[in-house]
Design a protein around this ligand. Structure first.
Ligand SMILES: [Zn+2]
Length: 50
């Protein structure tokens, strides 16, 4: 079962991405290195509740 989640930049705290994940496979909070257009570089993004 797929769940929609938002990814937030850990530096500026803006929501830059939304994605879906399988809660059965990834029960823990996801953290990804993604490009933030506000920081204008790659930063760590973490999952937040939508
Ligand atoms: Zn940022």
């Amino acid at each position: 079962m797929q769940t929609i989640i938002n990814m937030e930049c850990t530096e500026c705290h803006r929501r830059n991405y939304c994605t879906s994940k399988n809660k059965n496979k990834h029960n823990e909070r996801m953290e990804l290195q993604k490009y933030c257009r506000w920081c204008r570089r790659h930063t760590k993004h973490k999952e937040i509740k939508s």
